[in-house]
Every structure is written in C-alpha cells, then in structure tokens.
Write a protein that binds this ligand. Structure first.
Ligand code: PLP
Length: 375
C-alpha cells in the first residue's frame, strides 16, 4: 500500500503549451501582466461574486507581511505586539516578526480549533494599547466570525489581517466565499499543497479597493511613482507562468473542492472514535483531514503515525509542535495561557487527502488506523 499524506496535483502546464507560447510571445513575464490581471478579475468574479478586489502575490507569507505593513503607522512604536493563535503555521508569526511586531499567542477553542474569543479578549485587557495588530487564523480552511474581528479592530484600534491560507473556496453561511465583502484584508495561499494548488502563489483580497491598490504598489518595491519609492515595499509579484497555473486551477476548482468534501465525510463516518473539527462553514475546503486521536491513545499518537508509515500510509501532526513550542518562536514571541492549544496539539493527527485519493484507499487508511489505535 502506498498512500502519501499529500499528493500535489497542480494543473499540468504540459497540456497548455499554446498558453505558454502566448506568454513568451507577449514578452511580458511578470510585473502584473495580462495573465495575472485576467486571473485577478476571474477570481473576484467567480469566487467573490464580483465584490471587492484582489492582488495575486508570489506566496501567502509575503501577502501576510504586506497586508499587515499596509495598516501599520510609518513609524511604529517599539515593542508592539501582534495577537495570534499559537495553533497555526510558522508563516503567521514570521510575517509579524518581519513587520517589527512581537507575536503574542492566544489559546484556541477546543471545538473549532480557532482562536478563542475569551483568550483574545483577556490578552487585549492585559496588554492594552501595546497590542497593535490581530492576525486570526481560519484554522484548516474554516470560516471565522469576521464581523467580531472588525468590531475588535475598531474598538482597540488594531491592524487586522485574516490568515485564510487554506480557506480559498470555503463558503460561509450565505454561500459566498469566506471573506466576500470584508473590508480588512484576507490572505489565501495557492501553494501546491493547498486545495487551490498552483506551485507558489498567494492572494490578498479585500472589499477596499484602495487598500488593495496600496498593497499592489507595496508588492512592487513601494513604487508609487515610476521607479520612485513612496511607501514600504518589497518584491512579491507573481510571474505570468504562476498566474497561468492559477487561472487553470480556477477552472476546475469547484469540482475538486466538492470531491474532497465527500472524501472528508467518508473519513468522519469511518472513524467514530476520533474527534473532528466542529464545522463553521456551509462548505469547508479540506487540504488534509485533521483529527484528534481518542483520549485514551494520546500517549501513543506518534507510535500510531509510525505504524501507519510502516504500511506505506503517510500521516502528519499539524500543528504539533505549535508555535510557542518551537525554538525560534520561544525566543522571540510572548504567550498567554495555552491550555486548550496544548491538549489539541498533543492529540492532533492529520490524515491523507488528495485529488486522486479513492474511497477504497480511505477505507484502507481507516482500517489500518483503527487497528493501530487498538494495538
Ligand atoms: C496558516 C498558514 N499561513 C500562511 C501560510 C503561508 O502560505 P505560503 O506557503 O503560500 O507562503 C501557510 C502555508 O501553509 C499556512 O498554513
């Protein structure tokens, strides 16, 4: 049996040689060229019902940095914090650190695994105006309560960036893509391991066109005038070949998401002793299948992953260690109490998912997993 944890399957460029030739003949390879512009228009039209604007960037990490920096004062007060969960990927904390902010980790909700409101509000009371930004993560493709974050940002004068890395394609309860019409920026990843698989790419979306225009300028060295820097900047532009991959993915994306939802449900039904993330969306995009091992098997979580590996089944443990447990972030970040984060992280087991995984393979994985938990 050979079932990898993830099996990236971006659109096959070799099937689209004519489109590649058109890029070569245009002589435009980057710098927000025509393929990039067409993709941005198409993604706003198809996923965000034509509302708002977006800028495609080279990856979501750069997107987070830009979306955050765009809201910070030119001269930032030293020692300012960015509030975020510890139960997220390294990129969230790195983005804040590159912007000169110190990540301050809050706890998560034990059911949704997203930042816990009570923990965020406690830290906001405790740290007061020392917190300059909040970066909630929509965990594993879930949908956050965005209006609550907008109210928090207004009340505490915070920069707000939503890390929606895995949530492109997730539909909220109004059946719109998560984030549609929201004025603060959301950042989605189109990395090859995400459901919206390209190679390396990210997307920053907001209903605020002026903010997106600013982020676009910042992504091009802050050139507000021809080769004249008027604001902070770096190079985060997506190449035309990268934009072609994104356009091709957009064409078949919806069917891929729906198929992954059916596969996810099959796992849930076959593993009644495991806990799964409480749903927060009308349709959640699934990159892989995160679960919690039964309470009695927590001490054996790593052994279970090893037992699956001997059978050729890839599994992982996102996010374990969580950020506050990682060496560099222990040195550079601050943290509130992380009681639920520690518990969820210790039980986390991430199971295989891909566009090519079959239902029979899921049954094989679940059979092997139930046996490994019993042993
Ligand atoms: C929560 C989170 N934020 C940000 C990123 C960064 O995305 P990218 O790889 O496109 O830079 C990831 C990538 O996996 C992620 O999981």
């Amino acid at each position: 049996m050979k079932i990898p944890f993830l099996r990236p399957s971006p659109p096959a460029l070799s099937d689209h040689v004519e489109r590649l030739r058109q890029i070569e003949q245009s002589g435009i390879f980057s710098n927000f060229g025509p393929v990039n512009s067409a993709f941005e228009r198409a993604v706003v039209g198809q996923l965000f019902v034509g509302q708002g604007a977006c800028v495609a960037v080279a990856n979501a990490t750069l997107g987070l940095m830009l979306a955050l920096k765009a809201q910070l004062p030119t001269r930032q007060k030293p020692g300012a914090f960015a509030l975020m969960p510890s139960y997220t990927f390294a990129a969230t904390a790195h983005a804040a650190l590159w912007c000169g902010l110190t990540p301050l980790f809050c706890d998560i909700d034990p059911a949704t695994w997203m930042p816990a409101a009570a923990s965020e509000e406690q830290l906001l009371r405790e740290y007061g105006s020392a917190i300059s930004a909040i970066i909630p993560y929509a965990t594993f493709g879930a949908a956050l309560d965005l209006e609550r974050y907008a109210a928090l940002a207004r009340r505490h004068s915070l920069a707000l960036v939503v890390d929606a890395a895995a949530s492109l394609g997730t539909r909220d309860h109004q059946h719109r893509n998560f984030g549609t019409g929201f004025s603060y920026p959301l950042v989605y990843s189109m990395h090859v391991t995400k459901t919206f698989a390209t190679s390396e790419a990210g997307l920053v979306y907001s209903s605020d066109r002026t903010l997106i225009d600013k982020i676009r300028t910042m992504a091009n060295f802050g050139f507000g005038q021809p080769r004249h820097t008027t604001m902070p900047g770096l190079n985060a532009k997506l190449s035309e070949v990268g934009a072609l991959l994104a356009s091709l993915r957009l064409a078949d994306f919806d069917a891929l998401v729906d198929r992954r939802c059916r596969l996810y449900d099959r796992y849930r039904q076959a593993l009644p002793d495991f806990e799964f993330q409480a749903p927060t969306a009308a349709r959640q995009v699934h990159q892989f299948v995160p679960a919690l091992v039964p309470a009695g098997a927590v001490d054996r979580r790593d052994g279970i992953i090893a037992a699956l590996a001997t059978l050729g089944i890839g599994a992982a443990n996102y996010f374990s260690p969580h950020l506050a447990q990682q060496a560099y972030f222990r040195e550079t970040c601050s943290s509130g109490p992380l009681t639920e984060t520690n518990k969820i992280s210790a039980r986390s087991l991430s199971l295989p998912l891909s566009d090519t995984l079959s239902e029979g393979q899921i049954d094989d994985v679940c059979r092997a997993l139930r046996a490994a938990v019993r042993d």
